[in-house]
Design a protein around this ligand. Structure first.
Ligand code: PMP
Length: 317
C-alpha cells in the first residue's frame, strides 16, 4: 500500500536537503477576495494552487506516485523506457522526475498540444510522438497501446487513466492537505476531470473525513473544447479509474467562460491560473453564489504561463 506524503518526504528529504520529488505537494490554499465581494461574508472560496509544484502542475503528484510504486514493485527498472499518453502536464512531470532519476521518457501527445508544453518536454529530454489532433488524447492513448503491445518488455507504461496510484496520490496527498489547511471546515470540493484522478482521490478522502462534503466535478460543455487537460466524458474514452458514484454533481463549463474568468482572475486577484483552473473557478463561484455559508475549495491544476501563446492572451498588443 502507498506511503502517505509526509512519509515519502521524510524518505526523500532526509536531514533537510530537498530533492525535486520531495518538493511535490503541500501547495498553498489561496483565498479569492475581490471576485467574491458580492458573496456572503460567511463564505470562503479557496484555490488549491497546484502550479506551486516543482513541475508546475497537479500532475507531479500522480506521476511521482506511479513511478514510486512501480519502482517498489520492480516494474520500472533503469533499462526500461517510461512511455505514456499525456496532454502535457503529466508528461512534464514524468520528464522532470525521469530526468532526476535517470529514466528515458517517451510521450505520445496530440500534435496540437500547445507550444510551451512541447518545448518544456523537450527541454527535460523527453522524446515526443505526435498524434492526430482530431483524435485528441484518445488518439495518443491508442498510439501508446500500439507501441507497447509491439514490444512490452521494453517499456514501463504507467497508464495514468487506469492506474490506481494516480488517484491514490490525491487520496494520500491533496485530500489530507485540504482537510488540514481548512481545519476540517471544507464544505465543497470542485475539480475538473481529465483522468479523474484528482476528483476520485481527493473526493474519496474528503468524504471519509466528512460524508457531507459536497463533491462537484467539472466537465467541458462540448466535445470540441479549449479546456486542455479536461475530458468530455460523454464522448471520450472513460478512464478506468473513474467511478461515477464519487461526484455528487457534474457541472459543465464553456471555454469562453473559462477564458473570461482567467482574465478576471489575473487582473482582479493577481492569480494567473490555467484555463481548466479558470473553468473550475467559474463553477466554484456559481456554487458559492447558491449558498450562504461554507468553505468552497477549488483545485487549480496549473498556472497561466503555460498558455501564454494561446489566442486568449493575444488581444493586448
Ligand atoms: N487540468 C489540467 C491542465 C490538467 O493537466 C489535468 C490533468 N490531465 C486536469 C485538469 C485533470 O486532472 P485529472 O487528470 O486528475 O482529472
Amino acid at each position: 500500500m502507498s506511503l502517505c506524503v509526509p512519509a515519502i518526504r521524510a524518505m526523500e528529504g532526509q536531514r533537510g536537503e530537498a530533492t525535486v520529488e520531495s518538493l511535490i505537494g503541500n501547495t498553498p490554499l489561496i483565498r479569492l477576495r475581490r471576485v467574491t465581494q458580492h458573496l456572503s461574508p460567511a463564505l470562503q472560496v479557496l484555490v488549491k494552487a497546484e502550479w506551486f509544484n516543482p513541475g508546475g502542475s497537479v500532475k507531479d503528484r500522480p506521476a511521482w506516485n506511479m513511478i514510486r510504486v512501480a519502482e517498489e514493485q520492480g516494474l520500472l527498472t533503469p533499462d526500461k523506457i517510461l512511455i505514456d499518453a499525456t496532454s502535457g502536464n503529466t508528461g512534464i512531470a514524468y520528464a522532470m522526475i525521469g530526468a532526476a532519476r535517470g529514466y528515458r521518457v517517451q510521450l505520445c501527445l496530440p500534435a496540437n498540444a500547445n507550444a510551451e508544453r512541447k518545448r518544456i518536454l523537450r527541454a527535460f529530454g523527453a522524446e515526443l510522438i505526435l498524434t492526430d489532433p482530431r483524435e485528441q488524447t484518445d488518439g495518443a492513448i491508442r498510439k501508446v497501446q500500439e507501441i507497447v503491445s509491439a514490444d512490452p518488455d521494453r517499456y514501463f507504461y504507467p497508464d495514468q487513466y487506469n492506474n490506481p496510484a494516480n488517484w491514490q496520490a490525491h487520496y494520500h496527498g491533496t485530500g489530507v492537505e485540504i482537510w488540514e489547511q481548512t481545519e476540517g471546515q471544507v464544505t465543497h470540493f470542485i475539480a475538473g476531470m481529465g483522468t479523474t484522478g484528482t476528483l476520485m482521490g481527493t473526493g474519496r478522502r474528503l468524504k471519509e473525513y466528512n460524508p457531507s462534503v459536497r463533491l462537484i466535478a467539472v466537465q467541458p460543455d462540448s466535445p470540441f473544447h479549449g479546456l486542455e487537460g479536461l475530458k468530455h466524458l460523454q464522448t471520450a474514452l472513460v478512464p478506468g479509474i473513474y467511478d461515477p458514484t464519487v461526484p455528487d454533481e457534474v457541472m459543465e463549463v464553456s471555454t469562453e467562460s473559462a477564458h473570461a474568468m482567467a482574465r478576471t482572475l489575473v487582473r482582479e486577484e493577481g492569480l494567473f491560473v490555467g484555463i481548466s483552473a479558470a473553468g473550475a473557478i467559474c463553477c466554484a463561484l456559481k456554487i458559492a453564489e447558491s449558498i450562504t455559508s461554507g468553505v468552497v475549495v477549488v483545485l487549480a491544476p496549473d498556472g497561466g504561463s503555460r498558455y501564454i501563446s494561446d489566442s486568449l492572451w493575444e488581444e493586448e498588443g
